[in-house]
Design a protein. Structure first.
Length: 187
């Protein structure tokens, strides 16, 4: 019998599923082939030079399942059978029921297909309905208009700005803090 993997089918093209160790090569290739695209907004891609570097990131995503009490915090975004990117919570504050720093990215060849829009909605539903969160937060580079458009589309409110929060190779970038309450989303 094969491994059981939690999978959430969104539609005929897009689904979310837990990462497994079998994803390492595909995950590494996605990062490697999208490095220039991803470097516009994240610096961690520089640390992925060989497959072993991606392995550490993958292990953290898998281990987060244990830390969250059996609920996945990170998902592989699957588009037509391929890993297209990732989405998930960097942390879950169980005391205050907050999904902190909802993060997401797609490989370059998967852009502009509405994939992340569908994944984002599914993860918000998961956070509020399955995890029982009271709030979901996202921290997004102020200049990243396409990334900011997702929380704005789903009713997240801009709650603040962290000035010069991140060094992006040749300049500092502010981060916008977005938040959405369960009562706002579910009403």
């Amino acid at each position: 019998m094969g491994k059981k993997v939690l999978k959430h089918i969104i539609d005929e093209e897009v689904s979310l599923r837990m990462f497994t160790e079998d994803d390492l090569e595909e995950f590494y290739n996605l990062i490697f082939n999208s490095k220039i695209h991803l470097k516009k907004w994240v610096t961690w891609v520089d640390s992925v030079e060989k497959q072993e570097d991606a392995e550490e990131s993958l292990k953290l995503r898998i281990e987060a399942l244990l830390e969250s009490g059996g609920y996945p915090m990170w998902f592989a975004v699957i588009y037509k059978g391929e890993i297209a990117g990732t989405i998930g919570f960097n942390d879950i504050d169980k005391t205050n029921r907050v999904g902190e720093e909802l993060g997401y990215w797609l490989g370059e060849k998967f852009q502009r297909k509405g994939i992340m829009l569908r994944a984002f909605k599914a993860v918000i539903n998961y956070g509020f309905k399955d995890l029982g969160l009271n709030k979901i937060e996202a921290y997004i580079a102020a200049g990243n208009g396409r990334s900011k458009a997702l929380p704005e589309r789903f009713g997240f409110l801009e709650e603040g700005r962290i000035r010069q929060a991140e060094w992006l190779y040749d300049h500092y970038e502010d981060e916008i803090i977005y938040g959405l309450l369960a009562e706002e989303y579910l009403s």
